[in-house]
Ligand binder design. Structure first.
Ligand code: ADP
Ligand code: MG
Length: 381
C-alpha cells in the first residue's frame, strides 16, 4: 500500500523500504532519567517508509495517515505547523548538522502504531526515518548512533525531553526477546520472552490527563533534589542508581516527605528490574508478574503518576486468575496498562475489562494483543 502510493505520487519505485515498530516496556518505569535499567521490546505494530532520492534539494513528505503532502526545501528546515512533519524534519536536521545530504528525497510513510497511546509512535517515526536515510544515502552509521540521533531529533526539534529508551527499543528490538538497557552506560542484553501460553495484552485507557508533562518535570526535579541531599554524605552519588535503600532511609528526615517517597520508589524499582531479569532466566513468570503489580503500586502510591482509570484497569486485571501481571506503562496520567494474560483466557479477559471499564468511566476500552517482534528492518533488500 505504501509502495503503491509512492509509485502513484512520484511515478517511480522507491529506492528503500523500511519498517520501524512501536514498543512496550515490561518493567523499569521512570528509570531512564535516573540512570537505571529498563526492559523494553519492539512490537508488531509498525510504521513503514518508502523513500527515494530526488534530483533536486526538496523533501516531498507524504503521510498516509494524515493524507497530506508537505514540500520542504532542504535548505530551510524550520518548525512546521503540521506536527507530524516535525518528527521527520527533526531527524533530517540532525543529519544536516553532521554532513548535508547530497540531495532531497521523496517519502511516503504510515502504519498502525496507535498515536499518543504510550507505544511510542513518535520514536517509531524518528528511528524509522533515521534508518531509511542512512540506507538511502549509504551513510553507514551504526544502529546505536541512529538511536542517539533520533533522540536528539525529539529533544531538540520536537522539544520533548524524552529519554533514549523508545528509539532504542524501536531500532534494536528482536523477536521473542526483551532488552535490558542500562540507561547510564547504554550497555544492553537480550532476555528471552517467548511464552507459548501467555500473551501481552495492552488496555488503552484512552485518557491523557493534562498534568502529564508538568508532573513529569516535577518528578525529575524531586529525584534530583534527593540526589543533591545525599551527595552531601557521599560525593560519589550522581544518580539514584548509586543509592542503596538503607542509605536513602538513613537520611529520610533530611528531605521533604514527597522527595523521600519519590526516591524510594526509584531505588526499589531499580532493584526490582534486576530481580525481574533473574525471574526471566528461571522462566518464572509468576514471580515476574508479581513484580509488575508491585511496580504499579509504587507508581500509584509513592511516585503518584497514575490516575483513577489506570488504577481501575490494574485492579480489575489483578482479580482475574488468568492474569500474571499488570501495571500502568509509560510516563503516567493515561495511556495503556500492560498485562500478561494466559492465551486461552484472552477473549474473556478482554470482554470483562471492556464491560467493567465502560460501566465505570463510559469509555470504550481499546485493547491490543501484541507480539514481541524485530526492530527497524529494511524490507526491500
Ligand atoms: P506516542 O506515545 O505515540 O509517541 P507522541 O505524542 O509522542 O505519542 O507522538 C505522536 C505524534 O507522532 C503524532 O501526533 C504525530 O505527529 C506523530 N506520528 C506518530 N505516528 C504517526 C504516523 N503514523 N503518521 C504521521 N505522524 C505520526
Ligand atoms: Mg512519543
Amino acid at each position: 500500500m505504501i509502495s503503491e502510493k509512492y509509485q502513484s505520487l512520484f511515478s517511480h519505485t522507491p529506492d528503500v523500504i523500511v519498517t520501524s515498530p512501536g514498543r512496550i516496556n515490561l518493567i523499569g518505569e521512570h528509570l531512564d532519567y535516573n540512570g537505571g535499567w529498563v526492559l523494553p521490546a519492539a512490537i508488531d505494530k509498525k510504521i513503514t517508509f518508502a523513500i527515494g532520492k530526488r534530483a533536486d534539494n526538496a523533501l516531498h513528505l507524504y503521510s498516509m495517515d494524515y493524507e497530506n503532502l508537505e514540500i520542504v526545501p532542504l535548505s530551510n528546515i524550520v518548525s512546521s505547523a503540521q506536527s507530524w512533519v516535525n518528527y521527520l524534519l527533526g531527524v533530517v536536521e540532525q543529519f544536516q548538522k553532521e554532513q548535508p545530504l547530497s540531495s532531497g528525497f521523496n517519502l511516503v510513510f504510515g502504519g498502525d502504531v496507535p498515536l499518543g497511546a504510550g507505544l511510542s509512535s513518535s520514536a517509531a517515526v524518528e528511528a524509522g526515518l533515521a534508518f531509511a536515510i542512512n540506507e538511502l544515502f549509504d551513510l553507514k552509521k551504526p544502529r546505536m548512533e541512529l538511536v542517539k540521533l533520533a533522540q536528539r531529533a525529539e529533544n531538540q526539534f520536537v522539544g520533548v525531553q524524552c529519554g533514549i529508551m523508545d528509539m532504542f527499543a524501536s531500532m534494536m528490538g528482536q523477536a521473542g526477546k526483551v532488552m535490558r538497557l542500562d540507561c547510564r552506560s547504554l550497555e544492553f542484553q537480550y532476555f528471552p520472552f517467548d511464552f507459548k501460553d501467555i500473551k501481552i495484552v495492552l488496555c488503552d485507557s484512552d485518557v491523557k490527563h493534562s498534568l502529564a508533562d508538568g508532573q513529569y518535570n516535577i518528578r525529575r526535579k524531586q529525584c534530583e533534589e534527593g540526589v543533591s541531599i545525599l551527595q552531601k554524605y557521599d560525593p560519589s552519588v550522581s544518580t539514584l542508581r548509586d543509592v542503596p535503600l538503607s542509605f536513602l532511609k538513613k537520611h529520610r528526615d533530611e528531605m521533604p516527605l514527597l522527595v523521600f517517597q519519590r526516591c524510594q520508589y526509584i531505588v526499589k524499582e531499580i532493584a526490582r528490574v534486576e530481580a525481574a531479569c533473574k525471574d526471566l532466566e528461571r522462566h518464572d513468570l509468576a514471580a515476574f508478574g508479581q513484580k509488575m503489580f508491585e511496580t504499579h503500586l509504587g507508581l500509584s502510591h509513592y511516585y503518584e503518576v497514575s490516575c483513577p482509570e489506570l488504577d481501575f484497569l490494574v485492579k480489575r486485571a489483578k482479580k482475574n486468575e488468568a492474569v500474571f501481571g499488570s501495571r500502568m506503562m509509560g510516563g503516567g496520567f493515561g495511556g495503556c496498562t500492560i498485562n500478561l494474560v494466559k492465551t486461552a483466557a484472552i477473549p474473556q479477559f478482554i470482554e470483562d475489562m471492556k464491560t467493567a471499564y465502560f460501566k465505570k468511566f463510559k469509555i470504550d476500552l481499546k485493547t491490543y494483543v501484541v507480539t514481541i517482534s524485530n526492530g527497524t528492518t529494511r524490507l526491500d533488500a
